[in-house]
Each structure stands twice: as structure tokens, then as C-alpha cells.
Write a protein that binds this ligand. Structure first.
Ligand code: AVJ
Length: 320
């Protein structure tokens, strides 16, 4: 009997159609913008992995510290028999949760747009945990999805602070869709980066080694390869800026001089003025009261709040 099952809910060419639509819309509006999900081709995922090991990029280490310390409490509080993880990627930090939930855990349901990430993660997990049942879902969690029939209670986890990449409206819709996949008594575990001093935040998104700059510019390489475009990363500067009103970091690509980007697959020529900026990512930072209010609006009650020792990052446990 196999312990690994994979369900595709995305058409194989859905990503290609989404990219075309996002690029057409984002590069013909003013100000220009692209959604951050297009960073993550194979090279972009590798660069993000490198980012998580940079001295300036604290969120991954801070969240791991909380998970290691609190996994037993999370397991005891939820008694979850199914762990669903949205945007699971490599599932690297999730093993602390999985191991704390064993042996009651009946199924681990990782959800990601990347089939290769899902199979790689499942392989690594199953190598040491042959009894684990993994039911992977290839799906775009921002679009809502149907979960497999597995035993409750469920714990839905959304880690890494990735919720910060969603704009406030998208966040509301996302939290409601998470609520709609849970039943009373289920749990929701949410990782959020916290508001802190500007210099720490900006450094985390503008590291000295230039890895984040390369990650940011990788979106141009994706457009060049997938849409036949001629954007040259050397024509753009990496910008990371703290918006103190909206309490989010923005990453942008700033044209070094006036230029055009030709995108033959879209029949499009995109002009940039000298100094014009293209927004490539919003990464919102949170406070406890804001998280509590957003969860409540979606129908969740915040029941536990844990931070790392330095108070940089938080894990929230909410109940449906
Ligand atoms: C993976 C979305 C949590 O916003 O901090 C890292 C992505 N961008 N450096 C974040 C990212 C620039 C990261 N998330």
C-alpha cells in the first residue's frame, strides 16, 4: 500500500495562462506591478532558500525557533489527526509539527503549486517516517480548493509569513477561504513577521551579499524565458522600502535609464521612464491586535500567540 498520493487540481498549463494575464495587467497599469508568486521558478526557489540562510533574514530562523519550542503544545492543543499545510514548499520546518503530532496523525496534506516541491518534500519525509500518509495537492491556495476526506480534527498551517505577500483585500478573501475549509474544533496555525525597527526590516530585504537583489531580478528572467521578453536585469536596481503607514516592505525594480521591454508573446512593448519603479512584492508586517482582528473577521478566534525570544516573529493558533 502506497503512503503517497498526489492530486492535481491545476491544469498543467494554468500557470502559463496566469503568468500571461498577470504580466499583461501588471505592466500596462500605472504604477507597474507584478505578483510575487512569479519569483519562484527553480532558480528563484534556490535563491529564496539562500535568503533563508542569510544573516539579515531572520524570519525563517525565528519561526523555526518557535516551532521547535512549541510543537508539543500545538499538538496537545489541537489533537489534530490531519495536518494541512498551505504553500508547503520543501516542508522543511513542518517536520517538527508532524513529529509532535505523531502517532495520532492520520494524514499530512501539503498544498503547493509546485509538483516537484511536493514530491521532493514527501520523499524526504517518508524516508524516515514510513507509516506517514501523505496526500499532496497541486493547487493554488489563493483560489480555494477541496481537501481530501481525511480524519478530523484538522490543523491548517500557513507558515513563513507568506500571508504578508497578500494585499489586505486578498488577505480577507484568503482567510475566509481557509475558514471555509475548516469545521468547528479545527485549528489554524499562522506565521506572521512582526513590525519592528526599519533598519532591521530593510536589511532583511536588502542584504549585503545581494542575494535578495538577485531574487528580485529573477522575475525578469522568468518573463524573458516564458514570454520571450528581452528585459535585462542589469537595466534595473533592486529597491527595498519600508512603508510606515501601511506597515509593509515593498520590493521594487527601478529602471536605471529610459528603456523598453519587448514581450513578443503578448504583442506588447512596455516603456519605462528613467527611475520608474515596478513593484514586485509587498511583505506586510503584523501586530498581535491586527492579527486577532483579521482572524476574527474571518470567523477564527485567536487562542495562542507565541513569539521567538527576540519578539521578531509570531505563530498564532486560532480555532474555527
Ligand atoms: C516567503 C513570502 C515569506 O516576504 O519575507 C524574502 C519572500 N522576499 N525576501 C518574505 C521574500 C524577499 C518571503 N516570503
Amino acid at each position: 500500500m502506497s503512503t503517497f498520493q498526489l492530486t492535481r487540481t491545476l491544469a498543467p498549463d494554468a500557470a502559463a495562462a496566469d503568468l500571461r494575464a498577470d504580466v499583461l495587467k501588471g505592466l500596462t497599469r500605472s504604477p507597474k506591478e507584478l505578483p510575487p508568486k512569479w519569483f519562484y521558478d527553480a532558480r528563484g526557489s534556490e535563491l529564496f532558500d539562500e535568503i533563508t540562510r542569510l544573516p539579515e533574514y531572520y524570519p525563517t530562523r525565528a519561526e523555526r525557533e518557535i516551532l521547535v519550542a512549541r510543537a508539543p503544545e500545538i499538538a496537545a492543543a489541537t489533537g489534530a489527526r490531519t495536518l494541512v499545510e498551505l504553500g508547503s514548499g520543501s516542508s522543511e520546518k513542518t517536520r517538527f509539527l508532524i513529529d509532535a503530532l505523531r502517532p495520532g496523525l492520520a494524514a499530512y496534506v501539503p498544498v503547493d503549486v509546485s509538483e516537484s516541491a511536493l514530491t521532493g518534500a514527501a520523499e524526504a519525509l517518508l524516508a524516515d517516517r514510513p507509516e506517514l500518509r501523505v496526500h499532496a495537492l497541486v493547487a493554488d491556495f489563493t483560489r480555494g480548493m477541496t481537501l481530501p476526506e481525511t480524519p478530523g480534527p484538522r490543523l491548517v498551517a500557513f507558515l513563513g509569513g507568506t500571508i504578508g505577500n497578500l494585499l489586505p483585500d486578498e488577505r480577507r478573501a484568503f482567510l475566509r477561504s481557509v475558514r471555509s475549509m475548516t469545521a468547528p474544533g479545527d485549528g489554524f496555525l499562522l506565521g506572521t513577521d512582526l513590525v519592528k525597527d526599519e533598519s532591521t526590516l530593510v536589511a532583511a530585504y536588502d542584504d549585503a551579499a545581494g542575494v535578495t537583489a538577485e531574487f528580485n531580478k529573477n522575475v525578469l528572467a522568468v518573463i524573458d524565458r516564458e514570454l520571450g521578453a528581452d528585459a535585462d536585469p542589469a537595466d534595473f536596481d533592486h529597491v527595498a522600502r519600508w512603508d510606515r503607514e501601511r506597515e509593509w516592505i515593498e520590493m521594487r525594480l527601478r529602471a536605471r535609464h529610459a528603456l523598453t521591454v519587448k514581450i513578443p508573446d503578448l504583442d506588447l512593448v512596455v516603456p519605462f521612464e528613467a527611475g520608474e519603479e515596478l513593484r514586485t512584492e509587498v511583505s506586510a508586517k503584523f501586530r498581535q491586535e491586527g492579527v486577532r482582528a483579521e482572524l476574527a473577521e474571518a470567523g477564527f478566534e485567536l487562542s495562542r500567540w507565541w513569539t521567538d525570544g527576540e519578539g521578531r516573529f509570531a505563530l498564532s493558533l486560532a480555532t474555527a
